[in-house]
Design a binder for this molecule. Structure first.
Ligand code: OSB
Ligand code: MG
Length: 369
């Protein structure tokens, strides 16, 4: 699998509805597509870094530079034949996991296509359908939030995640639970709190939540462990869970009882599967997080979520929940029983539409061997 050419495209796509978290509100998503070519075949990956460094320090600009100056030359110089080799080769470069993951994903798609197999078979996944969940942002009013939740439930989503932040937390959970007493519900703070808020956070134990995702900042494993000791609701780490080694420490410290796996945050599929396998050994369930990906990144997530320890509903929703027109055909859809079917065609198993990619492109660059 000699890589002959790599193309980067910077895209912008408007959301069907703004997405607001404790980090801020966004109306569209800017991200990078990586396309790798070998022997007449191609593979696609998505770099989930945002335009602004709010979720993590990476941005579309830093990822572009790191890909161009370090990661892409590494592929050409070392003659990568297997995506796992890329993982080893880029280890010496510190950080920039989203840039690394986007390139690794493109290689996995190509690698699986060359073998004529869907990615889930290459990863050793088992599930044929995965439970769909939806992440609902902070809204302008409680009524609007309840309306949005109601319409997602009507569509069949198996669980609802709501974003919380100080002043949009206990009261909101109360209102949601009053309206929907029996649904599977969880909350995500994107690191908006500190241990000073422990009394507020402890009140969330009253709402039978599946979990509380990332109450404290990414670096703060210790304070997560202090809070988990005092709460019955499981904490789940997203931003903090950057590698298998960090996850081991988090579990040893008791910082959480559930792990959210995002390929971009951990630097690729190899690391994501290490975390999955480690958590399985420790009897800790994982689920697949999302970064509002296009159908390309989302298809990659679906294949990963077929592994056996992905045991809770995911942030994996239908294409139309995010974008009016997705980049792939057919779009990702949800079955009537709230699941997403795993594609069976080779590689990511979905078909990117080049004309739609062109429509959304802001910048494009080609690199050759
Ligand atoms: O914290 O899980 C998060 C989106 C962007 C950045 C961070 C997060 C999210 C989501 C959306 O919650 C999940 C999805 O893609 O559906
Ligand atoms: Mg999260």
């Amino acid at each position: 699998m000699k890589i002959e050419r790599i193309e980067l495209s910077l895209l912008e796509m408007p959301y069907v509805h703004y997405f607001e978290t404790s980090l801020g509100r966004e109306e569209s998503r800017t991200f990078i597509l990586v396309k790798v070519f070998s022997g007449g075949e191609f593979g696609y990956g998505e770099v989930v870094a945002d335009q602004i460094p709010l979720y993590s320090y990476e941005t579309t600009s830093t990822a572009w530079i790191v890909l161009k100056e370090f990661l892409i030359p590494t592929v050409f110089e070392s003659g990568i034949t297997d995506p796992k080799d890329l993982y080893d080769r880029v280890q010496p470069f510190k950080g920039h996991p989203m840039a690394k993951a986007g390139l690794e994903l493109a290689l996995w798609d190509l690698f699986a296509k060359a073998k004529g197999k869907p990615l889930w078979k290459i990863y050793g996944g088992e599930k044929q359908e995965i439970p769909a969940g939806v992440s609902v942002g902070i809204q302008d009013s409680v009524e609007q939030l309840l309306d949005r939740i109601r319409s997602f439930l009507d569509e069949g989503y198996q669980r609802i995640k709501i974003k919380i932040k100080p002043e949009w937390d206990v009261r909101i959970c109360e209102e949601v639970r009053k309206e929907f007493p029996d649904i599977r519900l969880q909350v995500d703070a994107n690191g908006a709190y500190s241990l000073k808020d422990r009394e507020t956070l402890k009140k969330l134990d009253d709402f039978d939540l599946l979990m509380i995702e990332q109450p404290f900042p990414a670096y703060d494993l210790w304070d997560h462990s202090r809070l988990q000791m005092e709460m019955k609701t499981p904490l789940c780490l997203d931003e903090s869970a950057v590698s298998q080694d960090t996850v081991r420490k988090a579990l040893e410290m008791g910082s959480c009882r559930i792990i959210n796996i995002k390929v971009g945050r951990v630097g690729g599929i190899v690391e994501a599967i290490k975390i999955h396998d480690f958590c399985q050994q420790k009897n800790v369930p994982v689920w697949c997080g999302g970064m509002l990906e296009s159908g390309i990144g989302r298809a990659h997530n679906i294949h990963l979520a077929t592994l056996s320890n992905f045991a809770l509903p995911h942030d994996l929703s239908a294409s139309k929940r995010y974008y009016k027109q997705d980049l792939i055909e057919p779009p990702i859809e949800m079955t009537s029983h709230g699941t997403i079917e795993v594609p069976h065609s080779p590689g990511i198993g979905v078909f990117p539409k080049e004309d739609r990619i062109k429509q959304a492109v802001l910048k494009h660059e080609v690199f050759s061997l």
